[in-house]
Design a protein around this ligand. Sequence first.
Ligand code: SF4
Length: 335
Amino acid sequence: MNAATLHDAWIAFAKPRIQARARSNRISSLGYRCVRRLVWDRLIGDLRPALPPEKAGIFAEGDLHEQAARRQMSSMGIDLIHVQREVVGPHNITGHIDGVIRDEDGEIVAEIKSVHPALWEKHRTLDDMLASSSPWIAAYPTQLCLYEYGVGTDRGVFVLRNKGTGQLRFVDCPRDENLVRASIDRAAYVEGWIGKLLPVLAPDRDRLHAFSVLAPEDWPTATPDAACQYCDYRGWACDLAALGREGGVSMLEDAELLEAAETMRRTAEAAGEHDRAKARLAEAMKARGPGVHFAGPVCGKVVSYTTTKHDIPADIKAQFARKESALRVTMSMEE
Ligand code: SF4
């Protein structure tokens, strides 16, 4: 045995993962903003290409992290019960919980998530998760609240495991009835579409036929976001270019641009910290007036200068106004 044979064995282990068509509305997906994707899962999920080994490996890695978190908790004296118990809800909602912690006050549903170190640092509270720019993390509270609903408790806790260091963070997630209600409504919406499309899904018909019976704008609501990047329906079932406002939606996939985006993501927190510190020092130096001011390694020069302002009456200004077209770029971080 050598490195090459071991590599072959790994490839055989992490073989392409066949994707299935969802038979129910999966609780783990109901928090996604794009309901079109949920309809596709039910309708044509099995027509998606198999996940290549490197992507299938991400799921396998997630399972290993979950097992590790369970072992860590067990060593802390907290054993999960009802591991992988099925929960069901209205409108064909189903899911499997990671486990339940039982204490003197009843049951707490535990949901284990392994999280990238930078995101683990950033998501410390339930509010951080709810407001997350990551569509995946923002969907977690919906998932857990639905599990609580299915189990019949109003208590839940996230076990966030730092993928880099193995640290655990626990975040309380009490059942939020608004989230539960909104998800059940979303499941009803998906179920409605499946009912509508079943007649055109006769076994002898190509299921892609379902696409051709309606105009693209009549398809279930699509909400493009960063999750589109990894959406298995992009490009064949879902035409992003046809979505959105002026110009549609596109994904830039040039390696250099993706690297620039990664640099932005990596440095975003430090850049924000840098700007806040700079503004604080600038304010303090300005308050001391013109001169040279040192704060540790930072040297600031404050000089006075004059600017010219023109108070032009509005009616005269309007005579010289003209409109020019330009493009404005606004960016947000969608990890
Ligand atoms: S590509 Fe984006 S908009 Fe289209 S179904 Fe997938 S997540 Fe929704």
